[in-house]
Design a protein. Structure first.
Length: 160
């Protein structure tokens, strides 16, 4: 899946559905999602307020602004801006003002994350990691993380 440019705004998915973009695994020869220069604003769903992707993902110069993942139910994990299951590379971009009813106010990643030159500003989660919740390894370079918060007792565990 390739998305270049554009704006996804005010998309809402109810119940177990996903936000503006949902991809449940991609087949060869391109088993990767690439999103470049795209803006996601005020989208909402149960998992991954703006995007929910079950594949390795590259996000380049992409913005996630004021998205919400409700995080309701046992299978919901959160990811106010994005929920990704797979290795994720984020280069440039901004996650600002996103909210998760569970984990990862900006990003919930079930896998490894590499982030370079990314801003995480003013995101919030109810349980774990106000900015980024990663279940694998995280490598972050030139990242700004400010005014992110998790509201529960375990706020400082499992992420940024």
């Amino acid at each position: 899946m390739w998305v270049t440019g554009g704006r996804f705004e005010y998309n809402r998915a109810l119940a177990a559905a996903k936000g503006a973009i949902f991809s449940n695994g991609l087949a060869a020869p391109h088993p990767i999602a690439v999103i470049t220069g795209t803006v996601f604003i005020t989208n909402s769903s149960n998992n991954g307020g703006a995007i929910s992707i079950a594949n390795n993902t590259w996000l380049t110069n992409t913005q996630f602004l004021s998205n919400t993942a409700f995080g309701v139910g046992g299978s919901a994990n959160g990811g106010g801006g994005a929920y990704i299951s797979g290795k994720t590379t984020v280069s440039g971009g901004r996650f600002e003002g996103n909210y998760s009813g569970k984990r990862g106010g900006a990003l919930y990643n079930n896998g490894d994350v590499e982030a370079n030159n990314v801003d995480f500003i003013g995101n919030a989660a109810v349980t774990y990691a106000g900015a980024v919740n990663v279940t694998g390894n995280a490598t972050m370079m030139d990242v700004t993380a400010t005014h992110n918060r998790a509201l529960a007792v375990k706020a400082a565990q499992y992420g940024l």
